[in-house]
Write a protein that binds this ligand. Sequence first.
Ligand code: BES
Ligand code: ZN
Ligand code: ZN
Length: 505
Amino acid sequence: MDIRVVHGDITQQATDAIVVNLFEGVTRPGGATGAVDRALGGLISTLIAEGECKGKKGETVLLHTFGRLPAKRVLVVGLGKQQDFTLDTVRQVAAEACRFLKGKGIRRAATILHSAGIGGLAPHDSAMALTEGALLGTYAFTALKTSEKDETALETLEIVEADRGKIPEVQAGVEVGKILAEATALCRDLVNEPANRLTPTRLAEVAHTIATQHGLKLDILEREQCEALGMGAYLAVARGSHQPPKFIILSYQGDPAHPDRNLGLIGKGITFDSGGISLKPAERMEEMKGDMAGGAAVLCALKAVAALKVPLNATAIVPATENMPGGGATRPGDVVRAMNGKSIEVINTDAEGRMVLADALCYARQRLGLKRLVDVATLTGAIVVALGNLRAGLFTNNQALADQVLKAGERSGERFWQMPMDTEYRDLIKSEVADIRNTGTGRGAGSITGAYFIREFAEDTPWVHLDIAGTFLSDRETGYYVKGGTGFGVRTLVHLARILAEGKD
Ligand code: BES
Ligand code: ZN
Ligand code: ZN
């Protein structure tokens, strides 16, 4: 979809459809919606009075103009209650509106900026959110369809701004929105790709493409190099698979004069999680092709950080491997040693995410000297029990960094919930035979024991862990999500990099 900013009056646009909006409870629309209403002889007011147009969030009412306006149609999109209106509402309603238009086979549309006026949002942010919503809401994964390709597309969306002075700001917002949406769409593609296509080797190739496109530094460590580094935890997971593991390191130098102003983004890169010898049940096992969603999120975030030229040094690390059962696979009861020398008793081979992250965190600190670490992982089913599909779990050893991630989440619209890390939880991963065991004793606090395990390898470095097991997939079309990968985490990480760059600490 081509998104363009034009100067003018929305009522004067000659296009297939113009999009205006309505807050819930408004009986006499004002602004652009009011002007359209007048041109249509009060049609919108009548529909409101009849209860057919309520302004509920995401509601879509399509009207034909019969020549009373240059545009053929008017789409009235509901913004919901004014007191609930946020930047994320803009993303959601833009997505609903564009998906609706696409469904009607409409190819060209023009829209106003939702609520730069009455809703009180900065034109830049509103334009950014509108762009993200329009692009992500019409996202489709079509790579593997041979026949029934999706023919309909909303090809052009014009954002019509009446105030010429605001155009540069709106234009800048659109550019940021495009970069964020493109990175998120790539992340969705990677999650949606089946594991026979998206192997660790292929993921490394994707990292290579990103590196070439944006002039980034890329290192891929092979199994032998990881062995030499003592990455016994990561390699224990890779042993059961015929696919070679790839330890991916992608670096962007946005502030070369200050090497210490850096951020390490570590993503779980399990291209398929069968559970290993602790084999998973068959039901919904296919979703485990997306167990590299954290890894995809950090690679795609770095792509956007580079495209936006954020003045901060950032490195994405993805320990990529399959987790498969096989003759060489790690067994429950095996003890392995991570790169920092800690011995790990493998109780359950399905708790593999924390194993690969352990060595990735050690590498980030010991080899790269990264000063702040954020890991993103589809780590535990337990976080889905705790938080469902709405919020991701956030865990930390450093409240200041956690607050910055939470602030980034407010900007992106991705929601998080901070989970407790009382020291007593550490007792649950004590081992009889090794330094630490890879699952808790008992069934309680599964996400916290996972986080505690990872924390052992962050040591004293400020660290935040994001458990996205409940948010990496959507089971339906809602707001700017469609069925399949959500790209969760990408936009928050980009905003985090921008926040850290602003802070200059
Ligand atoms: N990849 C899974 C977690 C997961 C579950 C992600 C559902 C997305 C949806 C992870 O590797 C796993 O299997 N975790 C185990 C840990 C347990 C063995 C301590 C789990 O959650 O059951
Ligand atoms: Zn697992
Ligand atoms: Zn897993």
